[in-house]
Design a protein around this ligand. Structure first.
Ligand code: PEP
Ligand code: MG
Length: 575
């Protein structure tokens, strides 16, 4: 029987192959009590399993395959840390002793307690780390129950195989060679899960969040997986199969062509130079930046160095991270944003309870309210400027007063470095993010006092349309093509260009292909996006002629009917 399932597309490409099912251990285990004399033995059984799992991680790290992306180490380290968390490694032992229960049950109860703590996080990234906890607990449980380790089933060589799993951990994925499987699909997982990130780095099509796929699919079923649309077709008929085979060869041809673009300059047909930069969260992401041919880092979200930990990073740790990113880019620009904490990214020690967090003490507002934290970061940043082409970007500025205060902080930090004889780039450029409508409308203060601008469309849209970007209930109203948003974008880009102040867009709009020509038509010459999006955006730039899109772009700007705007945009993209 043929049927279709829809999930979340996380790694593009079309794969056609036979299903290979991975067994999965759910944390459903028996609960029984033990006589007192067997408790020591039960504790020893738990500790043996714990040690075997620990050893397994050590050996996985030691035998990291050459093809594995740099982030694999980080994933394994995270999973080792979770395994060593007292709630997983010590609390079950205490529970076995206290309640005289079996080790599996103690592990299950303690895992649930740990997972529940992650529910409290508002940040989607942190919430998704629940999956990592469950994956580690399952690994340990397999050891306890004496099942063989998490070995992936061997791939068949006679046909293309697609791995079907309820869930896959990054540690499981690390064991696959590239192209060993044509695709991966899982019931669980979200777009920012580690598994999704790893699948992307393996360049293997992947769809996650398919809910009951593992239950519905049988071993050897014929599958078509579309990693672009998030679609899975099980046992397709001949016509559908033929259509997808054609799409697959078109896709592969396209990918080969895109690869050749890596070193090409992103110039439009009329010869205008466009800079395509990448957004990163940590210095290790530089590998991907280079692989995808980005010519700089347009946004280093430095706050990610502060998340997921008990102690905040000190000056030295931050300095090393910023320096590593700058050095990794070999003189190409690296724009580091001062931390944008608060709202959906809270850290221990400086949490604030605000009735409306997106409008509260966030980003630069929090920096100015926590001068010690801000000074530490500025010292680390300025010191790192000596080792590469670093620019400093300040998020969420609303007007002249905040800009002045920020610049005073930077000046004071420079003076203290001077007094200590510590070198830094005296010409370091300071830029501001345009994320608040007030900033876009009163640009003067920004263009006069700052060296460059970067438009954060994610927040600019949120604040212009009064749509909480984290609230699913209003997600359908989040509209980058709202005339108000388009006017603000065109105004900021046009004004900056007129005044000769460099301007870029670093929000998600910059990496979405449907907006590339529109933004070019508004006068944008610098884009910053996730690394993986660079090649496709580059291709769009290469096939765009600025004189040809000018009139249509202006027409879009004058239109006020949403349907009409979409029609015109469609036309623009088909030119
Ligand atoms: C933005 O708001 O567009 C932006 C790039 O910043 P962030 O998504 O980190 O808020
Ligand atoms: Mg923002």
């Amino acid at each position: 029987m043929s049927f279709t399932l829809h999930g979340i597309a996380v790694s593009s490409g079309i794969a056609i192959g036979h299903a290979h099912l991975v067994s999965h251990t759910s944390l459903e285990v028996a609960h029984y009590n033990l006589p007192k004399q067997f408790i020591a033995e039960e504790v020893a059984r738990f500790n043996t399993a714990l040690k075997a799992t620990r050893d397994e991680f050590i050996s996985l790290r030691g035998n990291r395959p050459l093809h594995a992306a740099a982030e694999f180490d980080a994933f394994l380290e995270l999973h080792q840390m979770i395994l060593d968390d007292p709630l997983l490694s010590v609390a079950p032992v205490e529970m076995i002793e206290r309640e005289r229960c079996n080790a599996e049950w103690a592990l299950k109860v303690q895992t649930e307690t740990l997972v529940a703590q992650f529910d409290l996080f508002e940040d989607a990234y942190l919430r998704e780390r629940q999956t990592d906890v469950t994956q580690v607990a399952e690994r340990l449980l397999k050891r306890l129950t004496g099942q063989p380790g998490h070995q992936p089933p061997p791939a068949r060589h006679d046909v293309e195989t697609i791995l079907v799993a309820h869930d896959l951990s990054p540690a499981d994925l690390i064991q696959f060679k590239p192209q060993q499987y044509a695709a991966f699909l899982t019931d669980l997982g979200g777009a920012t899960s580690h598994t999704a990130i790893v699948a992307r780095s393996l360049n293997t099509p992947c769809v996650v969040g398919l809910h009951h796929a593992r239950e519905l699919i049988r071993e050897d079923d014929l599958l078509i997986l579309d990693g672009e649309q998030g679609v899975l077709i099980v046992n397709p008929d001949k016509t559908v199969l033929a259509e997808y085979k054609l799409r697959q060869s078109e896709w592969e041809l396209e990918r080969k062509k895109l690869k050749r673009l890596r070193t090409a300059r992103a110039n439009t047909l009329d010869g205008t130079v466009i800079e395509l930069h990448a957004n990163i969260e940590k210095p290790e992401d530089i590998v991907e930046v280079k692989e995808n041919g980005a010519t700089g880092v347009g946004l280093f979200r430095s706050e990610f160095l502060f998340l997921n930990r008990d102690e905040l990073p000190g000056e030295e740790e931050q300095f090393e991270a910023y320096r590593a990113a700058a050095k990794g880019m070999d003189g190409q620009p690296v724009t580091i944003r001062t931390f944008d904490l608060g709202a959906d990214k809270q850290i221990k020690g400086v949490e604030r309870v605000a009735s409306n967090p997106a409008l509260g003490l966030r980003a630069i507002r929090l920096c100015l309210a926590e001068p010690q934290l801000f000074r530490t970061q500025l010292r680390a940043l300025l010191r790192a400027t000596h080792y590469g082409n670093i620019k400093i970007l300040v998020p969420m500025l609303s007007g002249a007063a905040e800009i002045n205060q920020t610049l005073q902080f930077i000046d004071a930090t420079k003076q203290s470095l001077d007094a200590e004889g510590i070198p830094y780039d005296r010409e370091v450029r300071i830029g501001g993010m345009i994320e608040i409508p007030a900033a876009a409308l009163a640009l003067n203060a920004f263009t006069k006092k700052l060296d460059f601008l970067s438009i954060g469309t994610n927040d600019l849209i949120q604040y212009t349309l009064a749509i909480d970007r984290t609230d699913e209930e209003v997600a359908h109203l989040y509209d980058p093509l709202h005339p108000a948003v388009l006017h603000l974008l065109s105004h900021v880009i046009g004004t900056a260009n007129k005044l000769g102040v460099p301007v870029s867009v670093c929000g998600e709009m910059a990496g979405e292909l449907i907006y590339t020509r529109l933004l070019l038509g508004f006068g944008l010459r610098q884009f910053s996006m996730s690394s993986a999006q660079v090649p496709t955006v580059k291709q769009r730039v290469l096939t765009t002629s600025l004189p040809d899109i000018a009139a249509l772009t202006q027409k879009i700007l004058r239109a006020d009917d949403p349907m009409r705007i979409r029609e015109l945009l469609d036309k623009l993209n088909r030119l």
